[in-house]
Ligand binder design. Structure first.
Ligand code: SF4
Ligand code: SF4
Length: 267
């Protein structure tokens, strides 16, 4: 069943018109990486201490949850290359991927929930549930009640980085999603690497390329200043670019491109 499910996600990503730039055949996202983690995994309880008590477990969204399916959608090379050239703001392709690519990921969540239900299983996408809280104010900045990054780490898809991203085998330039179901699937991994293993700064005190890429001084060896990043992203850049680009949330992603972890786990 895990293989059928993966094939369905891949088919949807390859074939759906929503995964294409307006008026073009160019894709927002390449084929996904897919992981599965048990709803019983102790990490979900630990996240209540690590992230905050507001962060939900799978069973808070689906009481008889058995598995969580998580996916990584790598941003295509053309879009990443366009953003590598940028110094202070994202390229148009990056901004379109951030705004309209996210709409496609919402479609993928809805599709996967419906597909699982057709197979006779209960399923929910936490980000589509009424109980989901997108913006929870915390002392270190905004957080949500279901972090797709933390879920992807739990499913063995990557590890965290100096700039607060998730470095996966397909790099750090991606968007994430997940669905919770009562279908019991075998988890994809049993042994996760250290939660910061894939980032060179944490692995051997090298790199730090993302620090100099950030136009908002939001990254330092102390980590990612979420408040500063959010202010740049959701205020300055959005005010400047949403109109001319026609993208409600242009994003930024400069620290995810032209860096050694852009498209791979750096060696
Ligand atoms: S650019 Fe270097 S230091 Fe920054 S997240 Fe990537 S690997 Fe880590
Ligand atoms: S997304 Fe942009 S503002 Fe935020 S940390 Fe990365 S480079 Fe800096």
């Amino acid at each position: 069943m895990r293989e059928r499910l993966s094939n369905e996600i891949i088919r949807f990503v390859q074939e759906e018109p929503g995964n294409r730039f307006p008026g073009s055949d160019q894709l927002y996202f390449d084929d996904p990486l897919i992981g599965v983690v048990s709803a019983d995994d102790p990490l979900f309880q630990q996240y209540k201490q690590i992230i905050g008590p507001f962060h939900c477990t799978p069973r808070e969204f689906l009481p008889n949850a058995a598995s969580v399916i998580s996916w990584v959608l790598p941003i295509t090379r053309t879009t990443r290359e366009s953003n590598r050239k940028q110094i202070t703001k994202p390229s148009l392709e990056w901004a379109q991927t951030r705004s309209f690519g996210d709409d496609f990921i919402m479609e993928l969540r809805r599709h996967l929930v419906a597909w699982l239900q057709q197979q006779g299983y209960a399923a929910v996408a936490p980000l589509l549930e009424p109980g989901y809280q997108r913006f929870v104010d915390t002392p270190v900045g905004l957080a949500s009640s279901w972090s797709e990054r933390h879920v992807a780490y739990a499913a063995g898809l990557g590890t965290f980085s100096l700039n607060d991203g998730l470095i996966t085998p397909r790099g750090i330039a991606h968007r994430l999603g997940s669905v919770v179901t009562d279908l019991a699937l075998e988890p994809t991994i049993t042994d996760r690497p250290h939660y910061q293993h894939n980032c060179l700064h944490y692995r051997n005190d090298s790199c730090k390329a993302c620090i100099t890429r950030c136009p908002a001084d939001a990254i330092s060896i102390a980590g990612h200043d979420k408040k500063r990043c959010d202010a740049y992203l959701y205020t300055a850049l959005t005010l400047e670019l949403a109109g001319p680009y026609g993208t409600p949330i242009p994003g930024c992603g400069l620290c995810q491109t032209k860096v050694p972890c852009e498209q791979q786990i750096p060696r």
